[in-house]
Design a protein around this ligand. Sequence first.
Ligand SMILES: [Zn+2]
Length: 120
Amino acid sequence: MNIPLKDVITSIDDEELYKLQSDLENNAPVLKSLVRDRLKEIENKKRSFCAGCGENILDNERAYTLVFGADSCKKKASFCAHDCLEFFLARLKEIESEKLKIEEEKTKNGISQPTPKGNL
Ligand SMILES: [Zn+2]
């Protein structure tokens, strides 16, 4: 379900909206707590399928779960076995390496191509 924030705000009744405004004016402790609890709920939700091979892992008690990414954008993936986890990590490493190469090329090209001077 993907509900735009504007639609969430317009669906709140007046009394709740005034409470929300008051909370926001006080550094939003209630809202922060609600968001934190919901993210914990999402993070603790068991994944249905292996991110490596697609096998159903709902009944797999030995499944592995990996939480990765920056603090501001955590991602979660589950795996049926360690070989799928290892394959995923190897692929992730390749992708990161490719991104690094692209960034290095951009930097290199930026330095080797002097910007025109004068007529601007
Ligand atoms: Zn798997």
